[in-house]
Write a protein that binds this ligand. Structure first.
Ligand SMILES: Nc1ncnc2c1ncn2[C@@H]1O[C@H](COP(=O)(O)OP(=O)(O)OP(=O)(O)O)[C@@H](O)[C@H]1O
Ligand SMILES: [Mg+2]
Length: 363
């Protein structure tokens, strides 16, 4: 195995004593340079980033292959000459450097390791990667911050507006008017609280920290509870239909999170769909398959891929922040299941998720 890897990985100068295994499989660029500045090895990812053939790079001076400079325009190799001579320096922290090449300039994140024997530099191992992926992630975070700020601002503007008006003109309003204002403030405060708890869920999902507290969950009973909650807030009971069939095993799920999934899908069916909301729980022996269907306009196939994305909302806007389905998918996935959307028999939207039976947490 070691032999094969050694033969397969090129180009490495045979007398260079450079350990060679798996160079070419590294996702980041890797360059090995002698103390004198001769390129001893360059892996495939590195060659791709630098726009050279690995074979052409080996044997050349590092300055000709890796034309890097810092943000003040200082040549990287020349500027680090002092560090190479200092016996105590064994590595440099990650640095953002500019690479000048035939196709213009681009930024690379660069780290070097100085391999020494009794303080004398033997070789340098330089790892480098494109900043693009990192910048894309940073842009994503910036978008998230601006969306969140925007979502928080509108309810808070209303809270501030109504409380300021009430405080300044208390005597000019009758009890009925004051009550309406306070109800609005109350509802907007609920919106902020809900948004914050959704954001915490999103952050747990994104970082893989969504914890499940598994118990035996009766899915039929959970659906009935969600329906009852909606009936209590004024929906007619005839709008809801539940069917449970098949071979339903004992399901070990997180009860609160399952309620959240069911409540989100039923809420969507009511808010974005129309007609009767049907939940079908089907036992498959190894788990359950649940569908939530409505009789609304459904979701066109070209946007079905997008609806699970963070903050994605369709037109027309009907309140909501567009986090419901993102969280729903995250919770289902944390249980080892998956969720898809399709078309219900009557033409409405149909969400279908599968859940394995799961095992007790203490096993
Ligand atoms: N049953 C449905 N019928 C038609 N469109 C739907 C249905 N469920 C979801 N959608 C579309 O998918 C979008 C995303 O849904 P999601 O639940 O993620 O966000 P939301 O309901 O808009 O807001 P939130 O759930 O965060 O309050 C909705 O805005 C809507 O356009
Ligand atoms: Mg929703």
């Amino acid at each position: 195995m070691g032999q094969v890897a050694l033969q397969a990985s090129r180009p490495v100068r045979e007398d260079s004593e450079v350990p060679t295994a798996a160079y070419d499989e590294l996702p980041d660029g890797l360059l090995v340079v002698s103390a004198g500045g001769e390129v001893l090895a360059l892996n495939r990812a590195g060659a791709r980033l630098l726009g050279v053939e690995p074979e052409q790079a080996v044997g050349r001076h590092v300055g000709d292959v890796l034309g890097l400079s810092d943000d003040r325009g200082h040549d990287w190799w020349a500027a680090s000459a002092k560090l190479r001579k200092l016996p105590g320096v064994t590595r440099t922290p990650e640095q953002r450097l500019v690479l000048s090449g035939p196709s213009g300039e681009r930024e690379l994140m660069v780290t070097s390791r100085y391999v020494r024997q009794e303080g004398t530099l033997v070789r340098l191992v330089v790892a480098f990667r494109d900043t693009e992926a990192r910048e894309r992630a940073e842009r994503g975070r910036a978008d998230l911050v601006s969306t969140v700020a925007h979502e928080l601002r509108s309810p808070l503007t209303s809270v501030k507006g109504f409380t300021a008006t009430l405080l300044a003109k208390w005597d000019r309003f009758n009890d009925e008017q004051k009550k309406i204002m306070l109800q609005t403030v109350n509802a907007d405060a609920d919106r902020v609280t809900r948004l914050i708890s959704e954001l915490l869920d999103v952050s747990r999902i994104d970082s893989g920290r969504l914890e499940l507290h598994r118990q035996v969950v009766d899915l039929g009973a959970a659906v009935k509870r969600v329906f009852a909650g909606r009936v209590a807030t004024g929906e007619p009971p005839e709008r809801f239909h539940l069917q449970v069939d098949g071979d339903l095993p004992e399901m070990w799920l997180d009860p609160d999170k399952m309620d959240q999934v069911l409540a989100n899908l039923v809420e969507n069916a009511l808010r974005h769909g129309a007609g009767t909301v049907t939940v079908h729980v089907h036992g498959t022996g190894a788990g359950a398959e649940v569908t939530v269907s409505d009789e609304g306009e459904g979701i066109p196939s070209e946007i079905r891929k997008r609806i699970f994305a963070k903050f994605w909302r369709g037109q027309p806007r009907r309140g909501g922040t567009g986090l419901g389905l993102y969280i729903t998918r995250g919770i289902v996935a944390a249980h080892g299941g998956s969720i898809t959307v399709g078309r219900a028999d009557g033409g409405g939207a149909q969400f279908r998720f599968s859940l394995p039976a799961g095992t007790p947490a203490f096993l």
